[in-house]
Design a protein around this ligand. Structure first.
Ligand SMILES: [Zn+2]
Length: 170
């Protein structure tokens, strides 16, 4: 058995040594790398056994509902104003312990991969998207204004006399 085959059997080795093939155990005796791998896995499992999920604040649901209700009853400002306010001042201060807990859980569950991929990459993308949409929104407002300016200009401009059907021919 080579290291790769033994590595695929590490979980079995860890949980039930009777089930694992003799070759794997023999390889482990001679291979320090695989032994190290197995002991790391064992240490991780022990850590997971010791780890207790943090208690959730018993008032969490009530607080969340109250905040949701307040948010729903608040006068709906423009969508972008609300987004901007959230980004700039945000609820980050009050959400920080919760976010930290969530990040810790993600980090432990994902071994850091989820943390790297989702959290670090998502925030800049999100704000970039919001910025793009914001600028698009601004553009469309500008275009609307330009349109209305055009229309009023057309209405105010006297006919130049060169349009079709104009009675200016001699
Ligand atoms: Zn090996």
């Amino acid at each position: 058995m080579n290291c790769r085959e033994v590595n695929s059997k590490l979980a079995e080795l860890l949980l039930d040594t009777r089930e694992t093939p003799v070759e794997a155990r023999r390889h482990l005796e001679g291979c320090a790398a695989c032994r190290g791998e197995l002991s790391e896995l064992r240490a991780t499992m022990n850590l997971m056994d010791d780890w207790a999920a943090p208690e959730v604040n018993p008032y969490f649901d009530a607080k969340l509902l109250a905040r949701l209700r307040a948010e729903q009853q608040a006068r709906p400002a423009g969508f972008w104003e609300r987004c901007k306010a959230r980004f700039l001042y945000g609820s980050s201060l009050r959400m920080q312990p919760l976010m930290a807990g969530a990040l810790a859980v993600m980090f432990m569950v994902g071994g850091g991969t989820y943390f790297d991929l989702e959290v670090y990459n998502q925030r800049p993308q999100e704000s970039a998207t919001v910025r793009d949409l914001q600028s698009l929104d601004g553009d469309s407002q500008v275009f609307q204004q330009l349109d209305s300016v055009d229309q009023t200009a057309d209405q105010q401009q006297p006919l130049s006399g060169e349009g079709p059907g104009s009675p200016s021919s001699d």
